[in-house]
Design a protein around this ligand. Sequence first.
Ligand code: OAD
Length: 224
Amino acid sequence: MKHIVVLSGAGVSAESGLKTFRDADGLWEGHDVMEVATPEGFAKNPELVLNFYNERRKQLLEVKPNSAHYDLAALEKDYKVTIITQNVDDLHERAGSTNVIHLHGELLKARPVNSNNIILWNTDMKLGDVDEKGRQIRPHIVWFGEAVPMIDLAVDVCKTADILIIIGTSMQVYPAAGLKDYVKKGTPIFYIDPNPADIHDKHVKTIKEKASSGMKTVIKDLTS
Ligand code: OAD
């Protein structure tokens, strides 16, 4: 069975109603990334950070996967599929994907500060929510400036890809954006994005479409 590796970003969830980060009206237009997505921001104003993620979590519980998530999940009928996502939502899993690596953490998980003791969390998180040792609970999100614990696994997965699908990402954030360089030379790469970054690689087929229609195009290409 061929191995399809998928690198997804916020754009795959846009048609579900979740905002991307860097598009016009994206999350980083209304919020200062240094305030809400860094350990320094959390130390300075934890309530602001907790509320930012409370809002994201609440929205996540109101939305559903879209056809791009479902089409990616359905690839598992004919391929071994590994999804490496930069997204902190659980829409790939809800659509049925069984092998998802979350590079930047998960909104529905939490952990105490300075601890890797991950717990499930689906409600608002407040200042004063602490573990048995009295440590404040924080979202299980990889903030800027923090290590990306899943990156080594993601690199190894990319090395075994027969096909790479990049979908809905501006390819601005490293190390995630560098993963495409680990696929074997000559591996076909599809890049679905209505406003794609410039990727100078002759093996990249750029599909300038939204995630849902772009996935239909890729499936047609794979089965032709
Ligand atoms: P960005 O907001 O940087 O990029 C979103 C991409 O989705 C853009 O290239 C858009 O053109 C594209 N897009 C918009 N609508 C789309 C649609 N309907 N279908 C397909 N694509 C669409 O988001 P990411 O690349 O995911 O990290 O950002 C990477 C990381 O930066 C995020 O994981 C987050 C952020 O800061 C953390 O918070 C740690």
